[in-house]
Design a protein around this ligand. Structure first.
Ligand code: HEM
Length: 491
């Protein structure tokens, strides 16, 4: 009786009824989770939901108000991360988004904040401009390979700014290792992607045992991940020794190491951060760029308005620059709309609860995983009327100036909010404005001149969601634009 009294607590938030022994294991969605959780929200008439599978509790937050209350105001209790057994087997457990809420994470976060705060952004402008110009050059030469140019922009930008490593082609061994690691890891990290996440003991089965697929795949990810770390790190060290290193996070660390001296802890943290940025920054920026291409091809009228603003502010004698940003409200609204209509991490990176908590009369147990449904929040009709329509004007007032909705929910919440959001924002903005300054993006046509169907689907890779490949063309806007791309690139 004493145990029953001690263990009694208010109810969990509403959700599907758990089944005997397995709880909600079969209810937890594997694909399109954000839409399903929104439906549950309507069904159970609640913005906060609960499911339980094999002793693991999951809390889903469908509204900004609940996310603000728990992840922001009660951040002390909601900033941990769940332990994901397969991540350790892949060698990803030291990546910053997966670190627990502890001193190691605080130390990493401090270094990131020093390097990626808004005031430090101008140090990345030269490399961002160079990489975006390389993308324009690629789109000019081989427009049909727009998807590869998109991947190259994000991957090479991260490698260049973190290590001073400049991959020149898609076939670069480091880029290849990154692509393979990301694809395999995506499938293993997806909900239900590996039984090891549910039964950690399965991770101890040797890879050669028939059926130990997750163990084998995790081993492959680990090998590719080691390559992703080794190749650019060795390169950075070689360049430093030759005194030919260009500015980068790692070059700066090596410089300080051999002049003033730094602790092993700091050296380790910087190596981790360099590697984290390369994975955290690329998949998200690639996803947002795919969405941008898709909506431009789908909505030529939006493209025309954005190009009119670019022509008015920048003209045709130069390419756009960061100093133009403040004078381009329509482009800014478009950047916000791209991240609203398709947030690249629709269910956020999971947070975890450090201590038992009570909210709105419900019980939230210690250790519960908290999923913030970012997609659900950016498709809330009360916040964004006609949420499925791509409409940058929702971020403008009647005079065409930006309204006061400055918050980009796609970057997450509280103390774990994306620490690279200013880097992401400046890269995406410069990419969008530069591509539109130089190209018309159009739906592809068949041999009879009829538009071919656009694929409207998205697909999930682990926690990241990307637009499926689309058929579109990139036509350079003018001879002047063509010349600008070539000459700026050569300069
Ligand atoms: C469009 C671009 C991006 C989007 C949409 C995005 C989104 C996110 C989200 C949703 C989170 C989790 C937030 C939370 O847990 O509440 C996150 C975490 C993180 N992001 Fe980004 N991100 C982007 C670009 C970047 C870039 C460019 C960098 C690096 C320069 C970066 C580095 C990180 C890191 C290190 C974390 C982990 C933070 C922590 O756990 O404390 N991200 N990002």
């Amino acid at each position: 009786l004493r145990r029953v009294v001690k263990n009694s607590h208010p109810p969990y938030p509403p959700g599907p009824k758990p089944k005997f022994l397995i709880g909600n294991a079969l209810d937890i969605p594997v694909e399109g989770a954000s839409e399903i959780y929104m439906e549950w929200g309507r069904k159970y008439n609640s913005g906060i939901l609960h499911v339980e599978a094999l002793g693991n509790h999951i809390i889903i937050l469908n509204t900004v108000e609940d996310a603000d209350e728990l992840l922001e105001k009660r951040a002390n209790n909601y900033s941990d991360r769940p332990v994901i057994p397969i991540a350790k087997m892949m060698g990803w457990h030291t990546q910053m988004p997966l670190l627990g809420y502890n001193d190691e994470w605080r130390f990493h976060r401090k270094i990131c904040q020093q390097n990626f705060r808004q005031g430090a952004m101008s140090q990345y402008f030269p490399v961002q401009k160079r990489k975006v110009h390389e993308m324009l050059q690629g789109l000019l030469k081989t427009p049909e390979e727009f998807d590869e140019h998109n991947h190259m922009l994000s991957i090479s930008l991260a490698l260049s700014s973190m290590y001073g490593y400049d991959p020149i082609s898609w076939k670069d061994p480091c880029v290849q290792a990154a692509e393979k690691a990301a694809t395999l890891a995506g499938s293993l990290l997806a909900p239900g992607g590996s039984f090891v996440n549910i039964f950690p003991a399965l991770g101890k089965i040797p890879a050669w045992v028939p059926g130990a697929i997750s163990v084998r795949l995790a081993g492959e990810v680990r090998r590719y991940t080691e390559e992703m770390k080794r190749i650019p790190m060795e390169y950075a060290k070689r360049k430093f020794a030759d005194e030919t290193a260009v500015p980068s996070l790692v070059a700066d660390m090596l410089e300080r190491k051999f002049t003033e001296g730094i602790s092993d802890e700091e050296e380790n943290a910087i190596e981790n951060i360099a590697h984290t940025v390369y994975t955290a920054a690329s998949d998200t920026t690639i996803g947002a760029t795919k969405t941008f291409f898709y909506y431009m091809a789908k909505h030529p009228e939006v493209q025309t308005k954005a190009q009119a603003e670019i022509d008015r502010v920048v003209g045709s004698k130069r390419l756009p620059d960061f100093s133009d940003r403040e004078r381009m409200p329509y482009l800014e609204a478009m950047y916000r709309e791209v991240l609203r209509i398709a947030p690249p991490i629709p269910m956020c990176v999971p947070h975890a609860v450090s201590e038992d908590d009570y909210y709105k009369g419900y019980f939230i147990p210690k250790g519960a995983v908290v999923l913030a449904n970012i997609w659900g929040m950016t498709h809330d009709e009360n916040r964004y009327p006609n949420p499925y329509t791509f409409n940058p004007e929702r971020f403008l007032d009647a005079t065409g100036a930006l309204n006061d909705d400055h918050r980009v929910l796609a970057y997450g919440f509280g103390r774990r909010i994306c620490v690279g959001k200013y880097v992401g924002s400046s890269t995406l903005w410069l990419m969008m404005v530069s591509v539109l300054a130089c190209f018309e993006i159009e739906r592809s046509k068949d041999s009879h001149g009829n538009y071919v169907d656009m694929n409207d689907e998205y697909e999930d890779f682990g926690i990241v969601r990307h637009k499926k490949k689309i058929a579109c063309t990139f036509k350079v806007r003018s001879e002047e634009a063509k010349k600008l791309i070539s000459t700026t690139y050569e300069a």
